[in-house]
Ligand binder design. Structure first.
Ligand SMILES: NC(=O)c1ccc[n+]([C@@H]2O[C@H](COP(=O)([O-])OP(=O)(O)OC[C@H]3O[C@@H](n4cnc5c(N)ncnc54)[C@H](O)[C@@H]3O)[C@@H](O)[C@H]2O)c1
Length: 396
């Protein structure tokens, strides 16, 4: 049994606790911290948590606690992680790890120097659909990964602090881009260095000093491209969509909106439908088991198994740091309107990479460019002469 201190009683504190206590889990939140005594008490009552406190240090130093889960606003991650490390506890932090790469690097240094277990709670690489897709890629089902498109878009976050970049670190890029970037890395290969980025970001609709819409490209050292699309002004619910293109196949994933459960309700289903749903009547798109389909269950299982087996989890604070560094480069590119390098204090992946190429030989003298069956039924091949470079076609 793992004994957990939950820091934060907002949306993510709720999802995390429901995941941890779900399905007769043996892991328990034993204390919860909230700055509001009423909220701490109500949350503890709702989830049958024996202790609650408004003192963060009391929660992390509680002798009954093995693991601290940080579910607080982005500006409080560093302080909460430092407190957990000083208490000698394993620490798991929600996304983004920090507001920028400088803060993330300080956090990484702190946990590594202390030698405590650290896990980055990037749930979206643990969704059931992603886990199956990762396995298919690892088994060679789609060949070499060339391009990953990851899109997260909704009508904007649910709390004030997200909209103030001095607290959150930025807009839709920091809030949603962190997910999409790590999804891209997970398919392309986390051992392959992200080299440079180009990014467009703008404030199209909302009256805030942060981007509410952005699109970026992350170019990896082997030539693969991660593309992210994020928005805080997309109407109609929350889209979480991914596409992966490989040399021998492709994958398409819909994680949330319209996943196969659709309900039409004329009078309306009052109350919560799904995260960021905009309507309670008409066509509704609930999600069967939200905490499972968002990856929280598999994520905590991986974290706790890793602690028990003395292994690294799939996602740790180094991953969080790399993501923050990529996002910093995105903000620079959005300003400069140029490709900007991803600056990393330390690169822990491969230093030599094979460039992506999957040339297929047609015969001794030719590369195969393309084969296609034409409307008349004839098969056409397009070839490149290896010696001269000339392109020709044949009907075979
Ligand atoms: N899919 C995900 O992984 C996911 C989803 C949502 C949020 N998050 C992350 O979780 C963290 C919290 O987001 P949320 O959606 O739960 O936000 P929220 O606003 O719903 O909850 C934040 C909690 O922190 C408390 N809080 C706010 N300011 C505080 C302060 N100054 N001192 C102490 N406590 C304070 C609030 O009272 C609340 O309990 C953020 O880092 C966010 O990016 C992750």
């Amino acid at each position: 049994m793992k004994r957990i201190a939950m820091l934060g009683t907002g949306l993510i504190g709720t999802f995390y606790t429901e995941s941890l206590h779900g399905l007769r889990s043996r892991d328990r939140v034993v204390t919860v911290y909230s700055r509001s005594p009423e909220r701490a008490k109500a949350f503890a009552g709702q989830y049958n948590i024996p202790k609650h406190t408004v003192n963060l240090n009391e929660a992390v130093n509680d002798p009954d606690v093995d693991i601290v889960v940080v579910g607080l606003p982005n500006n409080l991650h560093r302080e909460a992680i430092f407190a957990a490390v000083d208490a000698g506890k394993a620490v798991l932090c929600t996304k983004p790890l920090a507001r920028n790469a400088k803060e993330a690097w300080e956090i990484l240094q702190k946990v590594e120097k202390a030698g405590v277990f650290h896990g980055y709670l990037e749930d979206l690489v643990y969704t059931p659909k992603h886990l199956k897709a990762h396995q298919s890629v690892a088994e060679g089902a789609i060949g070499k990964v060339l391009w990953v498109r990851s899109r997260e878009a909704h009508p904007g976050p649910h709390s004030d602090w997200f909209w103030d970049p001095s607290l959150s670190g930025g807009g839709a890029i920091v809030d949603l881009g962190c997910h999409c970037i790590e999804i891209g890395r997970s398919f392309i290969g986390k051992h392959i260095r992200p080299a440079e980025v180009v990014c467009w970001a703008d404030t199209q609709v909302k009256p805030v000093n942060a981007e509410d819409h952005a699109i970026g490209l992350v170019r990896y050292a082997n030539g693969a491209i991660g593309q992210f699309e994020v928005s805080w002004c997309f109407r109609g619910g929350m889209e979480l969509k991914d596409e992966v293109a490989g040399t021998d196949g492709s994958i398409r994933i819909d994680n949330f909106l319209r996943t196969g459960l659709e309900i039409f309700s004329a009078p309306g289903k009052s109350g919560y439908v799904a995260e960021k749903a905009e309507t309670e009547s008409g066509w509704l798109f609930p999600v069967g088991d939200e905490v499972h389909e968002l990856g929280y269950n598999a994520m905590f299982a991986n974290m706790f198994d890793a602690i028990e087996q003395g292994k690294k989890p799939i996602e740790d604070f180094y991953d969080g740091y790399v993501v923050n560094a990529i996002m910093d480069a995105c903000y620079q590119s959005a300003q400069s309107k140029k490709w900007e390098p991803v600056e990393l204090h330390e690169w822990r992946g491969d230093t030599e990479v094979e460039p992506l190429s999957a040339f297929e030989e047609y015969d001794r003298d030719h590369w195969l460019v393309k084969t296609e069956i034409m409307p008349g039924g004839q098969k056409k091949v397009i070839l490149k002469n290896k010696a001269t470079g000339s392109i020709t076609q044949r009907t075979v």
